[in-house]
Design a binder for this molecule. Structure first.
Ligand SMILES: C[S@@+](CC[C@H](N)C(=O)[O-])C[C@H]1O[C@@H](n2cnc3c(N)ncnc32)[C@H](O)[C@@H]1O
Length: 276
Protein backbone atom coordinates (compact mmCIF):
# COMPACT_ATOMS: atom_id res chain seq x y z
CA UNK A 1 0.00 0.00 0.00
CA UNK A 2 1.26 3.50 -0.86
CA UNK A 3 2.20 5.53 2.21
CA UNK A 4 0.48 8.86 2.83
CA UNK A 5 3.05 11.60 2.22
CA UNK A 6 3.98 13.58 5.31
CA UNK A 7 4.39 17.33 5.13
CA UNK A 8 7.77 17.26 6.92
CA UNK A 9 9.22 15.35 3.95
CA UNK A 10 8.33 18.04 1.39
CA UNK A 11 11.69 19.29 0.05
CA UNK A 12 11.05 22.91 1.05
CA UNK A 13 10.77 21.72 4.67
CA UNK A 14 13.86 19.49 4.79
CA UNK A 15 17.55 20.40 5.13
CA UNK A 16 16.57 23.21 7.45
CA UNK A 17 20.18 23.90 8.37
CA UNK A 18 20.27 25.77 5.06
CA UNK A 19 18.88 28.82 6.89
CA UNK A 20 21.87 29.09 9.22
CA UNK A 21 24.21 28.07 6.38
CA UNK A 22 22.76 30.89 4.27
CA UNK A 23 23.33 33.33 7.14
CA UNK A 24 26.86 32.00 7.69
CA UNK A 25 27.59 32.73 4.03
CA UNK A 26 26.78 36.37 4.90
CA UNK A 27 29.16 36.22 7.88
CA UNK A 28 26.30 35.94 10.43
CA UNK A 29 26.94 33.42 13.23
CA UNK A 30 24.27 31.25 14.95
CA UNK A 31 23.79 33.66 17.86
CA UNK A 32 24.34 36.92 16.01
CA UNK A 33 21.79 39.68 15.69
CA UNK A 34 20.11 39.78 12.25
CA UNK A 35 18.72 42.67 10.24
CA UNK A 36 15.28 41.52 8.98
CA UNK A 37 16.32 42.37 5.39
CA UNK A 38 19.24 39.93 5.60
CA UNK A 39 16.69 37.13 5.94
CA UNK A 40 14.45 38.02 2.99
CA UNK A 41 16.23 35.71 0.48
CA UNK A 42 15.85 32.85 2.99
CA UNK A 43 12.57 33.26 4.84
CA UNK A 44 9.93 34.19 2.23
CA UNK A 45 8.52 30.83 1.16
CA UNK A 46 6.02 32.05 -1.42
CA UNK A 47 6.00 33.80 -4.80
CA UNK A 48 7.31 37.33 -5.31
CA UNK A 49 9.02 37.62 -1.92
CA UNK A 50 8.44 40.67 0.23
CA UNK A 51 6.67 42.55 -2.61
CA UNK A 52 3.75 40.13 -2.15
CA UNK A 53 3.63 40.85 1.58
CA UNK A 54 3.85 44.60 1.00
CA UNK A 55 0.78 44.40 -1.26
CA UNK A 56 -1.15 42.67 1.53
CA UNK A 57 -0.14 45.32 4.08
CA UNK A 58 -1.37 48.07 1.74
CA UNK A 59 -4.62 46.28 0.84
CA UNK A 60 -5.43 45.59 4.51
CA UNK A 61 -4.36 49.07 5.66
CA UNK A 62 -2.14 47.65 8.42
CA UNK A 63 -0.92 50.17 11.00
CA UNK A 64 1.01 50.08 14.27
CA UNK A 65 -1.39 48.44 16.67
CA UNK A 66 -3.19 46.31 14.05
CA UNK A 67 -3.46 42.66 15.15
CA UNK A 68 -2.78 40.17 12.37
CA UNK A 69 -3.06 36.37 12.28
CA UNK A 70 -0.70 34.66 9.81
CA UNK A 71 -1.89 31.11 9.00
CA UNK A 72 0.89 28.71 8.00
CA UNK A 73 3.65 31.13 8.94
CA UNK A 74 6.60 28.89 7.99
CA UNK A 75 9.79 30.43 9.36
CA UNK A 76 7.87 33.63 10.09
CA UNK A 77 9.23 35.61 7.13
CA UNK A 78 5.98 37.37 6.17
CA UNK A 79 5.09 37.91 9.86
CA UNK A 80 8.42 39.61 10.58
CA UNK A 81 8.20 41.67 7.41
CA UNK A 82 4.72 42.95 8.34
CA UNK A 83 5.73 43.72 11.94
CA UNK A 84 8.99 45.37 10.87
CA UNK A 85 7.53 47.55 8.11
CA UNK A 86 4.13 48.50 9.55
CA UNK A 87 4.61 48.17 13.32
CA UNK A 88 1.63 45.79 13.56
CA UNK A 89 1.40 42.83 15.97
CA UNK A 90 1.42 39.42 14.32
CA UNK A 91 0.47 35.99 15.64
CA UNK A 92 2.38 33.55 13.45
CA UNK A 93 0.65 30.15 13.51
CA UNK A 94 2.75 27.26 12.20
CA UNK A 95 2.05 23.51 12.16
CA UNK A 96 5.58 22.10 12.13
CA UNK A 97 7.45 22.40 15.46
CA UNK A 98 10.87 22.58 13.79
CA UNK A 99 9.87 25.50 11.56
CA UNK A 100 8.13 27.16 14.50
CA UNK A 101 11.31 26.91 16.62
CA UNK A 102 13.52 28.34 13.87
CA UNK A 103 10.98 31.16 13.49
CA UNK A 104 11.10 31.95 17.22
CA UNK A 105 14.90 32.12 17.09
CA UNK A 106 15.04 34.30 13.96
CA UNK A 107 12.42 36.69 15.36
CA UNK A 108 14.36 37.04 18.62
CA UNK A 109 17.60 37.73 16.75
CA UNK A 110 15.80 40.36 14.63
CA UNK A 111 14.63 42.10 17.83
CA UNK A 112 10.97 41.59 16.85
CA UNK A 113 9.78 39.30 19.66
CA UNK A 114 7.55 42.01 21.11
CA UNK A 115 5.66 42.32 17.83
CA UNK A 116 5.64 38.73 16.52
CA UNK A 117 4.16 35.97 18.66
CA UNK A 118 4.93 32.50 17.27
CA UNK A 119 2.43 29.78 18.09
CA UNK A 120 2.70 26.14 17.05
CA UNK A 121 -0.35 24.13 16.05
CA UNK A 122 -2.81 23.05 13.39
CA UNK A 123 -4.93 25.89 12.00
CA UNK A 124 -7.91 23.50 11.99
CA UNK A 125 -7.75 22.91 15.74
CA UNK A 126 -5.48 25.47 17.43
CA UNK A 127 -7.61 27.48 19.93
CA UNK A 128 -7.96 30.94 18.42
CA UNK A 129 -9.64 33.78 20.32
CA UNK A 130 -12.94 35.08 18.88
CA UNK A 131 -13.01 38.46 17.10
CA UNK A 132 -9.44 39.18 18.22
CA UNK A 133 -7.75 40.06 14.93
CA UNK A 134 -8.03 43.00 12.52
CA UNK A 135 -6.69 40.91 9.64
CA UNK A 136 -5.81 37.37 8.68
CA UNK A 137 -3.17 36.61 6.05
CA UNK A 138 -1.80 33.43 4.53
CA UNK A 139 0.76 32.63 1.84
CA UNK A 140 0.92 29.21 0.19
CA UNK A 141 -0.36 27.33 3.22
CA UNK A 142 -4.08 26.78 2.58
CA UNK A 143 -3.52 24.14 -0.14
CA UNK A 144 -1.87 21.91 2.50
CA UNK A 145 -4.96 22.02 4.72
CA UNK A 146 -7.59 19.38 3.91
CA UNK A 147 -10.78 20.99 5.25
CA UNK A 148 -10.63 24.44 3.70
CA UNK A 149 -14.23 25.29 4.51
CA UNK A 150 -13.66 24.68 8.21
CA UNK A 151 -10.44 26.69 8.03
CA UNK A 152 -12.34 29.62 6.48
CA UNK A 153 -14.97 29.47 9.24
CA UNK A 154 -12.23 29.50 11.87
CA UNK A 155 -10.45 32.46 10.23
CA UNK A 156 -13.73 34.34 10.06
CA UNK A 157 -14.48 33.69 13.76
CA UNK A 158 -11.03 34.94 14.73
CA UNK A 159 -11.58 38.26 12.92
CA UNK A 160 -13.39 41.27 14.33
CA UNK A 161 -16.33 42.59 12.34
CA UNK A 162 -14.98 44.56 9.35
CA UNK A 163 -11.63 42.73 9.46
CA UNK A 164 -9.97 41.66 6.23
CA UNK A 165 -8.65 38.36 4.93
CA UNK A 166 -5.81 38.20 2.37
CA UNK A 167 -4.69 34.83 0.98
CA UNK A 168 -2.33 33.85 -1.81
CA UNK A 169 -2.39 30.18 -2.75
CA UNK A 170 -2.49 27.51 -5.43
CA UNK A 171 -5.54 26.44 -7.40
CA UNK A 172 -6.45 23.97 -10.12
CA UNK A 173 -6.75 25.76 -13.49
CA UNK A 174 -7.49 22.65 -15.53
CA UNK A 175 -8.28 19.11 -14.47
CA UNK A 176 -5.07 17.37 -13.32
CA UNK A 177 -3.94 14.27 -15.20
CA UNK A 178 -3.23 11.22 -13.01
CA UNK A 179 0.51 12.03 -13.07
CA UNK A 180 -0.10 15.70 -12.21
CA UNK A 181 -2.43 14.76 -9.39
CA UNK A 182 0.23 12.48 -8.01
CA UNK A 183 2.74 15.38 -8.07
CA UNK A 184 0.23 17.72 -6.44
CA UNK A 185 -0.49 15.20 -3.67
CA UNK A 186 2.98 13.75 -3.12
CA UNK A 187 5.40 16.56 -4.01
CA UNK A 188 3.38 19.69 -3.18
CA UNK A 189 1.40 17.99 -0.38
CA UNK A 190 -1.65 19.63 -1.92
CA UNK A 191 -4.71 18.53 0.04
CA UNK A 192 -7.18 21.17 -1.16
CA UNK A 193 -6.14 22.31 -4.65
CA UNK A 194 -9.43 23.06 -6.41
CA UNK A 195 -10.93 25.63 -8.80
CA UNK A 196 -10.92 29.36 -7.96
CA UNK A 197 -14.72 29.23 -7.69
CA UNK A 198 -14.60 26.47 -5.07
CA UNK A 199 -12.00 28.45 -3.12
CA UNK A 200 -14.19 31.56 -3.10
CA UNK A 201 -17.28 29.47 -2.23
CA UNK A 202 -15.53 28.11 0.87
CA UNK A 203 -14.77 31.64 2.06
CA UNK A 204 -18.42 32.63 1.60
CA UNK A 205 -19.60 29.46 3.36
CA UNK A 206 -17.14 30.25 6.16
CA UNK A 207 -18.88 33.60 6.71
CA UNK A 208 -16.94 36.07 4.56
CA UNK A 209 -18.47 38.67 2.23
CA UNK A 210 -17.05 40.82 -0.59
CA UNK A 211 -14.93 37.87 -1.69
CA UNK A 212 -12.72 38.91 -4.60
CA UNK A 213 -10.46 36.33 -6.21
CA UNK A 214 -7.72 37.38 -8.65
CA UNK A 215 -5.84 35.02 -10.91
CA UNK A 216 -2.08 35.57 -10.43
CA UNK A 217 -1.00 32.74 -12.75
CA UNK A 218 0.28 34.98 -15.55
CA UNK A 219 2.84 36.66 -13.25
CA UNK A 220 3.63 33.43 -11.36
CA UNK A 221 4.61 31.34 -14.43
CA UNK A 222 7.76 33.41 -15.18
CA UNK A 223 8.62 33.53 -11.45
CA UNK A 224 8.60 29.73 -11.02
CA UNK A 225 10.37 29.18 -14.37
CA UNK A 226 13.13 31.65 -13.43
CA UNK A 227 13.44 30.10 -9.96
CA UNK A 228 14.31 26.63 -11.25
CA UNK A 229 16.54 28.05 -14.03
CA UNK A 230 18.51 30.15 -11.52
CA UNK A 231 18.75 27.19 -9.14
CA UNK A 232 20.27 25.04 -11.91
CA UNK A 233 22.54 27.80 -13.21
CA UNK A 234 23.97 28.44 -9.74
CA UNK A 235 24.14 24.73 -8.81
CA UNK A 236 27.84 24.81 -7.93
CA UNK A 237 27.39 27.71 -5.52
CA UNK A 238 24.29 26.20 -3.86
CA UNK A 239 26.02 22.84 -3.47
CA UNK A 240 28.95 24.65 -1.86
CA UNK A 241 26.69 26.58 0.52
CA UNK A 242 23.99 23.99 1.28
CA UNK A 243 25.30 20.55 0.17
CA UNK A 244 24.44 18.34 -2.82
CA UNK A 245 21.46 16.63 -1.18
CA UNK A 246 19.77 19.90 -0.27
CA UNK A 247 20.42 21.17 -3.80
CA UNK A 248 18.84 18.09 -5.41
CA UNK A 249 15.78 18.08 -3.14
CA UNK A 250 14.90 21.66 -4.03
CA UNK A 251 15.79 21.19 -7.69
CA UNK A 252 13.15 18.44 -7.97
CA UNK A 253 10.61 20.48 -6.04
CA UNK A 254 11.12 23.66 -8.08
CA UNK A 255 11.08 21.68 -11.36
CA UNK A 256 7.79 19.92 -10.56
CA UNK A 257 6.11 23.23 -9.70
CA UNK A 258 7.43 24.96 -12.84
CA UNK A 259 6.19 22.09 -14.97
CA UNK A 260 2.69 22.07 -13.40
CA UNK A 261 2.42 25.82 -14.05
CA UNK A 262 3.82 25.50 -17.60
CA UNK A 263 1.30 22.71 -18.37
CA UNK A 264 -1.49 25.12 -17.51
CA UNK A 265 -3.01 22.89 -14.81
CA UNK A 266 -1.72 24.66 -11.70
CA UNK A 267 -2.52 28.30 -11.00
CA UNK A 268 -1.89 30.90 -8.32
CA UNK A 269 -4.56 33.14 -6.87
CA UNK A 270 -5.06 35.99 -4.47
CA UNK A 271 -8.32 36.17 -2.60
CA UNK A 272 -9.42 39.02 -0.39
CA UNK A 273 -12.57 39.02 1.71
CA UNK A 274 -14.24 40.82 4.60
CA UNK A 275 -15.76 39.57 7.83
CA UNK A 276 -19.21 41.25 8.00
C1 LIG B 1 4.92 27.07 1.67
S1 LIG B 1 5.00 27.36 3.40
C2 LIG B 1 4.79 29.12 3.42
C3 LIG B 1 5.25 29.74 4.71
C4 LIG B 1 4.98 31.23 4.83
N1 LIG B 1 3.55 31.51 4.70
C5 LIG B 1 5.76 32.00 3.82
O1 LIG B 1 5.17 32.47 2.85
O2 LIG B 1 6.98 32.13 3.98
C6 LIG B 1 3.43 26.78 4.05
C7 LIG B 1 3.43 26.58 5.56
O3 LIG B 1 2.12 26.22 6.00
C8 LIG B 1 2.28 25.35 7.11
N2 LIG B 1 1.03 24.59 7.34
C9 LIG B 1 0.57 23.56 6.61
N3 LIG B 1 -0.56 23.07 7.16
C10 LIG B 1 -0.81 23.81 8.27
C11 LIG B 1 -1.83 23.78 9.27
N4 LIG B 1 -2.82 22.87 9.22
N5 LIG B 1 -1.77 24.68 10.27
C12 LIG B 1 -0.76 25.58 10.34
N6 LIG B 1 0.24 25.66 9.42
C13 LIG B 1 0.21 24.78 8.39
C14 LIG B 1 3.44 24.46 6.67
O4 LIG B 1 3.98 23.72 7.73
C15 LIG B 1 4.36 25.49 6.04
O5 LIG B 1 5.26 26.01 6.97
Amino acid sequence: MKETPVIEAMPLYTHLDRIQKGLSALGIGPDDVIEPAQLFPLDQWHYDGTAAVQRAAAQLGLLPGSHVLDVGAGLGGPARFLAHTTGCQVTALELQPQLHQIGVDLTRRCGLSERVLHVCGDALTYPLPDAAFDAVVSWLAVHHIPDRRQLCARMSSALRSGGGCYIEDLYMRAQFSAAELSDVRNVLIGNSVTSIDDFAADLRAGGFVEVVATDLTRETVPFVAARVATWRRDAAKYIDDFGAEAYRALETFYAVIASLFANGSLGCLRVVAIKP
